[in-house]
Design a protein around this ligand. Structure first.
Ligand code: SF4
Ligand code: SF4
Length: 128
């Protein structure tokens, strides 16, 4: 059984974001909001791998030019969607397991108009 969830992400301000709600990072890390230490809600979690895209449109433009989006959509249809390795430090989430692994089958990362990691959330968080 795979212990790595599929990652669905809507944070289009991130350099790792790919049209189709996909994340092209090799690995992401989900953390608690450091000022709170423990998460009580999804808003207290964050994707540390978030990296702000400098100019709106440059990455998306590049993807359109190289048609990577199309290639990934094709891969998705064949059931071989690319997804990052997920490491998670939110150990009071019901999906969390020893070794900082997430046992959810899929996680959803959100954060509209995010400009820093703290603006992103793991929506799949469920308090244990
Ligand atoms: S915010 Fe996190 S999950 Fe979303 S694209 Fe960026 S690195 Fe991937
Ligand atoms: S669902 Fe829970 S364990 Fe999985 S990445 Fe999100 S916060 Fe971490």
């Amino acid at each position: 059984m795979s212990t790595n969830p599929m990652v669905k992400c809507t944070v289009d301000q991130c350099t790792h974001y790919m049209p189709g709600e996909q994340c092209m990072a090799a690995k992401i890390s989900i953390y608690n909001d450091e000022t709170k230490g423990e998460s009580q809600s999804a808003a207290d979690t964050q994707c540390k791998a978030f990296h702000h895209r400098k100019t709106a449109g440059d990455i998306v433009g590049a993807f359109h030019n190289s048609n990577i989006g199309g290639m990934v959509s094709a891969a998705f249809l064949e059931g071989t969607q690319v997804t990052p390795v997920v490491e998670c430090f939110v150990n009071n989430c019901s999906h969390w397991n020893t070794g900082n692994v997430c046992h959810a089958s899929q996680i959803e990362v959100n954060g509209s108009n995010a400009s820093k990691s703290l603006d992103t959330d793991c929506e799949t968080f469920e308090e244990r």
